[in-house]
Design a protein around this ligand. Structure first.
Ligand SMILES: Nc1ncnc2c1ncn2[C@@H]1O[C@H](COP(=O)(O)OP(=O)(O)OP(=O)(O)O)[C@@H](O)[C@H]1O
Ligand SMILES: [Mg+2]
Length: 317
């Protein structure tokens, strides 16, 4: 073994059983995240991104497979080890307007995780000041006295991020961190996330359906489709030369500077969704312009197509 990954996922599944049948929300994921690595998890609505994030943070139990954090099996953590995990791995909420208690001042919201972690009062003050500087809200005295309704969306998202960072985690899951914000404030938050990444050496998964965000913040990109990872590679390679037909369609819909080919958007066939049997074959076969016999009977495994670049497709890519 060379380095131990910070996060290591093997055969991870989450199937939901409802009156409508079984939803294979997460259907066999394998990936690793190194210390300090920022990974984008890209995919359309319902592809299983949020479920994956919740599994990684042990907010929901898996149906199968394994997650290792710092080498330890996350499902078997108990007592002090579980408490440590809860400080080391943090969630950044999607909607800053829902993420903070409306009756709490920013001081109360930021103090809460510190109190739960047993941090003494004097140190709590120092940590709050430091983390607010880190998220570029330097006027701590006035920020800490403010209630959520007195803040803009961009300011709130900075406090939400501060709350996730205040226990100095090794890993964060940011689920659509800017999707609720106006376009004009998004760039500021994205810049901040880049600064935080560089300053803290934090490993992170940024969940998004927005190629632009992932391109801006993430060194590596995982593309998810119907509960499976169908492409995994350096972001620059995935964007410049997407291999999987689904990724190609996804990328073709956004303008990319210096792309290998400046393509017209690839239009996919209508999504048949629910009627497709996802237990066998490729989950993209009903919409894929290149699907052939093998795609109906055999689930494509992730395989290398270039350096550090994997694709789950039977085509010769
Ligand atoms: N608690 C649940 N019970 C039943 N089905 C669920 C549950 N949570 C998620 N699902 C289903 O699992 C699938 C994946 O959902 P998930 O929320 O992970 O997708 P997503 O990629 O985050 O989508 P979005 O981009 O819309 O946030 C969907 O079909 C969803 O309806
Ligand atoms: Mg989601």
């Amino acid at each position: 073994m060379t380095d131990t990954a910070l996060v290591e996922v093997r055969g991870l599944t989450k199937h939901f059983t409802t009156s409508g049948g079984v939803t294979r929300a997460v259907d066999g994921l394998d990936f690793r995240i190194s210390r300090g690595e920022t990974v984008g998890l890209l995919g359309e609505s319902g592809s299983g991104k949020t479920t994956t994030g919740r599994l990684l943070l042990r907010l929901t139990p898996p149906s199968g497979g394994e997650i290792r954090f710092n080498g330890a099996d996350v499902a078997s953590l108990r007592g002090a080890a579980l408490k440590t995990f809860r400080t080391q791995a943090q969630l950044v909420f999607q909607n800053p307007f829902d993420a903070l208690n409306p009756r709490f001042t920013m001081r109360q919201s930021l103090a809460e995780p510190l109190i739960n972690a047993g941090v003494a009062k004097a140190e709590r003050e120092d940590r709050m000041q430091a983390v607010l500087r880190q998220v570029h809200l330097p006027d701590a005295a006035s920020v800490l006295a403010t209630f959520p309704h007195q803040m803009s969306g961009g300011q709130l998202q900075r406090v939400v991020l501060a709350r996730a960072l205040i226990l100095e985690p090794d890993f964060i899951v940011a689920d659509e961190p800017v999707s609720m914000l106006d376009v004009s404030v998004r760039a500021g938050i994205l810049n901040l996330m880049r600064d935080v990444r560089d300053a803290m050496g934090l490993a992170a998964i940024y969940i998004s359906h927005d190629v632009t965000l992932v391109r801006y913040v993430c060194a590596r990109t995982l593309v998810m489709y119907r509960g499976r990872i169908i492409e995994d590679g350096p972001t620059a390679d995935v964007v410049r030369r997407p291999r999987h037909p689904y990724t190609q369609a996804l990328i073709s819909a956004v303008p990319v500077p210096r792309a290998q080919q400046n393509r017209a958007p690839i239009l996919l066939r209508h999504n048949r969704g629910g009627s497709l049997d996802l237990a066998v074959g490729c989950g993209f076969r009903d919409r894929c312009p290149h699907a052939f016999d093998r795609c109906v009977v055999e689930k494509p495994a992730l395989r290398p197509v270039a350096s550090a670049h994997l694709t789950a497709c039977h085509l010769d890519l």
